[in-house]
Design a protein around this ligand. Structure first.
Ligand code: AKG
Ligand code: FE2
Length: 501
C-alpha cells in the first residue's frame, strides 16, 4: 500500500526523542514499546517514560524537581529551535528531533548519492515482522500509564462515521456477484504481491500485509522512467515492477465507486489546495473526481494488519479523496486524530473504530490525511467470511481458504501537477516524500514570528507540507536528512479548487 511505514514510526520516535532528555535515546526498543502502548500518542508516551524515570530517580534520592524543570526547558528549546526558519537546507531529523539517535542527518555538503535498490538490501540481519518489533508492553508496564486516555469509540453505522470523522461509509456498494468476483480475482492477484519492507533503526522490518499498485489505463502510466520512480516511491523506495493494470472486475467496480464518490463530494466543501482541474471524464453530472490508480492490500488472518499512518501525498497532493473498498472478512478500520501542538493538553485525541464489512466503501474525504492517522489493527479473532458466490470458473482454484482474508482496494487520483518528474529530489538522488505537517510545526513557526511582529492570519494557519528524504527506509537507515517546505506557487502546482471559486 506504500504509505504505511517507516517514516511514520520513525517520525513518532524522533518526536518522542525531542520531548525527552538525551539519555533516553539509547533505549529505542523501550521507546517503541511505549509508543505502541499509547497507539502512537507521542505526548502520552513521553509522559509515561518521564514518570518511570522520575520514579527511578526518586528511589535514588535525587532532586526530581530540578531534573524535570531542566528537561522541560530543554524540551521547549528543542521544539522551538527545531522549527525551520527557511524553506531549504534543514534536515528533517532536525525538524522533528534534534536528538534522533540513529538517523543522524548528513550535513549539506557531505551527502553522497546512495542507491536504494531492492536487490541491494542487506540481508545479514533477519527480517522482522513489524508487529514483532512493535510488541506490546507487558501488563505491569502499562499499569504505570496514568495519562488521561479516551477509549476508542466504535462508529457502527454510516451516520456516526459522518458525524465524527471526515469519512463516509457506504454499505453494499457493488452488485453482490461483482463484489465476490472481484474478491476472488484480487485473492489470485495477491499471490504475487509483496510485503512492504523497510529499515527501522538497525532492523529490516516488514508490514504484516501484502500490497500492490494498479494503474487504470496504460496512458496513465506515462513514460517508463517516471513510473519506475513512482512505484519506487510507493514501495518505500524499493525498485519494483511498473504498476499492473486494473483487472476487468476492478474496472467495473471503479466506475460504480466513482459515481458514489462524486455524489458525496458534491455535498462537501472543498479545501483550497484540492485538485481543481478537469477530471477528464465529465459525464455532465458535475464530475469532480476520478480514479486513475489503486493500491490494493491483502490481510491474511487476524494478525494481518497495517500500522497507524497517513497516506503519502507525493503523487496525490494535498487534501486527497481516497475511496477504500473492502471485500472479504470484516475488519476494523481505526482512525486517530493527531492533535496539533497548539491544542495539546487542551483536548485528548479520540480513536474511532469503523467496522468495514464485505462490499463496503469508506471514502476518506479531503482533510482525512491531514488530520487523522489510520490503521487496520491486528485482532485475536475475526469473523469467518462465507462468500455468497462460488469462484469464477476461469480462475485457477485457490490453494488457501479465503474465509479469513480481507482485500482492500484504495482508488486514488494521481494528480498531473504532482507528476513524478516534478517531485523534488533529495541529496541521495531519490524522489522525496510529501507529508502533511499534522502537528502544526510550521504554524508554530509562524506564531513565533508573529511574537516577533510577524503576521498571523487564518490562511497561514492552514496545514503545511514537507518534502522529505525517505531513502533511508531502504538503505539501512542512511538517508540524507533533506527536507524542505512545499511551496505550491514556486513549484508551479495547480490548478487548485481555490482557482474555481
Ligand atoms: O486496508 C485498509 O482499509 C487501509 C489500507 C490503507 O491504509 C492504505 O492502503 O493506505
Ligand atoms: Fe492508508
Amino acid at each position: 500500500m506504500g504509505s504505511d511505514g517507516p517514516e511514520d514510526t520513525d517520525t513518532l520516535l524522533a518526536l518522542l526523542c525531542s520531548l525527552l532528555p538525551d539519555e533516553f535515546s539509547s533505549s529505542q526498543q523501550t521507546l517503541i514499546e511505549v509508543l505502541l502502548q499509547t497507539e502512537g500518542d507521542v505526548e502520552m508516551a513521553a509522559g509515561i517514560l518521564l514518570k518511570q524515570h522520575t520514579n527511578r530517580k526518586r528511589k535514588r534520592n535525587t532532586s526530581l524537581d530540578s531534573w524535570l524543570t531542566r528537561s522541560d526547558a530543554a524540551t521547549q528549546t528543542k521544539r522551538l529551535s527545531s522549527v525551520p526558519s527557511s524553506s531549504a537546507g534543514f534536515s528533517h531529523n532536525q525538524l522533528v528531533s534534534g536528538s534522533s539517535p540513529q538517523k543522524k542527518p548528513r550535513s549539506e555538503g557531505s551527502a553522497t548519492p546512495t542507491t536504494t535498490k531492492r536487490d541491494r538490501l542487506p540481508t545479514s540481519k533477519p527480517v522482522k515482522n513489524l508487529l514483532e518489533v512493535l510488541r506490546p508492553q507487558p501488563p505491569q508496564a502499562s499499569a504505570t500509564a496514568n495519562a488521561p486516555r479516551l477509549p476508542p469509540l466504535t462508529l457502527s453505522n454510516p451516520s456516526l462515521v459522518t458525524q465524527h470523522t471526515p469519512c463516509t461509509l457506504h454499505l453494499g456498494v457493488l452488485p453482490p456477484e461483482l463484489a465476490c468476483r472481484l474478491f476472488y480475482t484480487m485473492l489470485h492477484e495477491a499471490q504475487d504481491w509483496s510485503k512492504n519492507k523497510w529499515w527501522l533503526f538497525d532492523r529490516l522490518v516488514e508490514s504484516p500485509h501484502r500490497s500492490s499498485l494498479y494503474t487504470r489505463h496504460p496512458a496513465e502510466a506515462g513514460n517508463d522512467a517516471a513510473w519506475q520512480n513512482i512505484t519506487r516511491a510507493w514501495y518505500n523506495g524499493r525498485l519494483s515492477d511498473a504498476p499492473k493494470q486494473f483487472p476487468s472486475p476492478m474496472e467495473e467496480a471503479c466506475m460504480i465507486v466513482e459515481k458514489i464518490v462524486n455524489v458525496e463530494m458534491r455535498k462537501r466543501k472543498r479545501f483550497p489546495l484540492e485538485w481543481g482541474g478537469d477530471p477528464d471524464n465529465s459525464d455532465g453530472e458535475g464530475c469532480i473526481w476520478r480514479a486513475n490508480f489503486a493500491a490494493a492490500n491483502c490481510y491474511e488472518g487476524a494478525k494481518g494488519a497495517v500500522g497507524f499512518h497517513s497516506d503519502r501525498l507525493t503523487t496525490i497532493g494535498p487534501y486527497p479523496t481516497i475511496a477504500s473498498l473492502s471485500l472479504g472478512t470484516r475488519r476494523v478500520f481505526r482512525l486517530r486524530e493527531v492533535i496539533p501542538l497548539d491544542e495539546v493538553g487542551k483536548r485528548a485525541a479520540q480513536t474511532f473504530d469503523v467496522p468495514l464489512p464485505h462490499n463496503s466503501l469508506c471514502i476518506m474525504h479531503a482533510s482525512t490525511q491531514e488530520r487523522f492517522k489510520h490503521s487496520i489493527p491486528p485482532r485475536n479473532t475475526i469473523d469467518r467470511f462465507y462468500p455468497p458466490y462460488s469462484p469464477p470458473t476461469d480462475l485457477p482454484k485457490l490453494a488457501f481458504d479465503p474465509g479469513h482474508c480481507r482485500i482492500n482496494v484504495t482508488f486514488r487520483f494521481f494528480r498531473p501537477d504532482f507528476h513524478p518528474d516534478t517531485i523534488p529530489r533529495c541529496k541521495c538522488g531519490e524522489m522525496t516524500t510529501l507529508r502533511p505537517d499534522m502537528k502544526g510545526w510550521q504554524r508554530e513557526q509562524v506564531r513565533n514570528d508573529s511574537l516577533k511582529g510577524g503576521p498571523e492570519s487564518s490562511s497561514e494557519r492552514s496545514t503545511g507540507y514537507w518534502w522529505a528524504c525517505t531513502a533511508g527506509d531502504q538503505n539501512e537507515g542512511k538517508g540524507c536528512g533533506f527536507w524542505k517546505v512545499m511551496d505550491v506557487k514556486a513549484e508551479g502546482r495547480g490548478p487548485f479548487a481555490s482557482d474555481l471559486y
